[in-house]
Design a protein around this ligand. Sequence first.
Ligand SMILES: *Cc1c(COP(=O)(O)O)cnc(C)c1O
Length: 380
Amino acid sequence: MNTTKIWLSSPHMSGNEMKYINEAFERNLVMPLGPNVTGLEEDIRKFTGSKGCSCLSSGTAALHLALINLGVEQGDEVICSTFTFSASANPIVYQKATPVFVDSEINTWNMDPGLLREAIDDRIRQTGKKPKAIILVHLYGMPAQLDEIMLIAASYDIPVIEDAAEAFGSTFKGKPCGTFGEIGILSFNGNKIITTSGGGALISANEEYCKNATFLATQARDAAPHYQHSHIGYNYRMSNISAGIGRGQMEVLEQRIAKRRENFLFYKENLEKIEGVGVLTEPSADFFSNHWLTTILIDRVITGCVSRETLRVKLENHDIETRPLWKPMHLQPVFRNYPSYTNGTSEFLFENGLCLPSSSNITDEERQKVVDEVTRAVTK
Ligand SMILES: *Cc1c(COP(=O)(O)O)cnc(C)c1O
């Protein structure tokens, strides 16, 4: 591995992970389930104030089990943010249900409440029934317009699943992302704000959802001395070793959030001075983003036709890893034929936006180098 490379978002250990892993080894608890999993679930419940938590093998698995919990099946439609990573939408198709994509608004880059209402009304008109669930994504750590969206969802009585994979530690009006909907999901993949090397969690105020997720994730084994099954199960449990990493990471989550937010402030101060460069910022004090990734928009005209791709390649040549914003789901070949309600926002963001190196273990020198190279690239 090239150690001089500046990565987009790399794992950042606290040092205490090994303590939990060693404990597991000493007691020969090298398996799924175990005290680290139980401990991590407890840590997450405490941090989010959520009543229930089920730790799982990935955020994707958590989304899948959230849909199953809400009874999503073939013939159902599920509304999903179009501006997201494919993992938000894939589980809808695992259930043989139909994703319906809804575009973003420009202030948070998340689901547009007006368009959500339009989409629900139009689906009811076209199919005679309302969508079974809404998957609301808080992208790059930025909370969505939760007041409006929760109100709309409640008025139609449609449950919301919050995809808070990128927003662990973000809050809206002081309440953690992931705790507004029926169910919230988190991800601890290697690039997220904290990691278990790979893993996720399903959280809910309704403990039944969490119990059921754990049940389904452990092959849906009924209570009997022999192996008895009355449901189709999955092998989605988190391992006791991974959970040990997670417990060490939970000890420093607050610090990780503080550092990512500091990265954001540094970039904002230094890059918004440049004409034609904008940094995604919370629209008001109600929104508290963990700033998992700092994201910028480049105005091609003002910067003299520097496209985000030109900028990305220039930075790559200086060993700086950046990434275009997510390509919207309604433009993905695999999802192209599903219904979508669009307004051009996510397409615009995809074409003009870039994620900057935002690791919590980035050094001051590295951050300065990113600023210098971006500045050099976009000013003539
Ligand atoms: C990472 C991510 C997921 C999936 O999480 P995994 O743990 O990688 O399965 C889902 N949604 C979003 C928005 C993500 O960024």
